[in-house]
Design a protein around this ligand. Sequence first.
Ligand code: AMP
Length: 370
Amino acid sequence: MAGDALPVAEWLSDYDVSQITIGVVASHSSLQILHGARQEGFRTLGICVGETRRKMYSAFPGAEPDEWLILDDYKQMMDYAEYLRERNVILIPHGSLVEYLGPKNFQILSVPTFGNRNILEWEGSRERQRIWLESGGCTMPRVIEDPKDIDGPVIVKYAGAKGGRGYFVARDFRDFRRNVDLEEDFTIQEYVLGTRYYFQFFFDPLPDDGYQVDGMGSKDGQKIGRLELMSIDRRDEANVDEFYKLGSLRDLRDMGLEPSFVVTGNTPAVLRESLLPEAFRMGEGAVAASMELEGAEQGMIGPFCLETIVTDKLEFRVFEVSARIVAGSNVAVGGSPYSDINEPGISTGQRVARCIRKAIEKGRLLEILS
Ligand code: AMP
């Protein structure tokens, strides 16, 4: 299912690893990636479409790329692979890169890329995410296969919907029928009532100290790398976050309004400390299980996020996983209550650059790229 293995070793053999440039599409979490790369001593390259975007970076000299590649369309990146390789570029992927290029192009883009691109196939489908996360010991919200079986609040999610757009809640079949767009593929999930926490983890396969992940399946009994918690955030979502101010759901419906879940920003969060062991157990399970996924054997590398809800019984439900840096980590560009304990001020962006720097020093770069 995953694309043919890319010749990363061949590309790298032409690289001057003392002159690596960190490249990123100027969007999403690029400020912290560029800033962090510079702090780790790398040259940086920003990729963008149009001058307006570039201008914004002049407001942040600490993150302004050393070099720009300005395109008419992000898909042109496919034609610039050699140009990027000639500059010893390692790309740091994020959600916008994948969205702008399209998952298929991203899979075959001929530039060394941080992390494991093959995990995309698992992250990109709700069914596969469920197989992955449940095999890692995470509990997910119940799925309702037949809309006629809706017997309590549910959330209806459209396939490929970005940032929660178009999602709606329904209490019963009538609600569902009134709102659903049958032209689209959708999933009906139990609406989990509780508090949302989005965990930004980092998995580094190289160190053998710290919170070591125990492998499972083919790696049973092996310590496979270090899991770190960089930060936790909660998404700000319009308009559901502020809906309560207008009255009950029934009042709102009388006004013709439905709650929507469009992400507009993020706020930092901390978790009740006694829940942290469970959060780590889930993160560890997700990493260990990722090594067993067909076509993605390298498993999870680098930043990933578990999106969770904690109920009033203090039970977690994981409703989604992102297998790369998430924009929620932007709440911790200057560090977080968790990452600061280990190293004040370190962001996920800098942690990525650190991982690359250490891998270069150890001659193990190939293990963290795809
Ligand atoms: P997602 O696209 O899966 O990240 O979901 C977007 C938003 O919908 C989340 O940030 C939550 O606010 C909400 N959400 C998703 N799944 C559930 C669920 N099962 N129960 C309650 N809220 C949910």
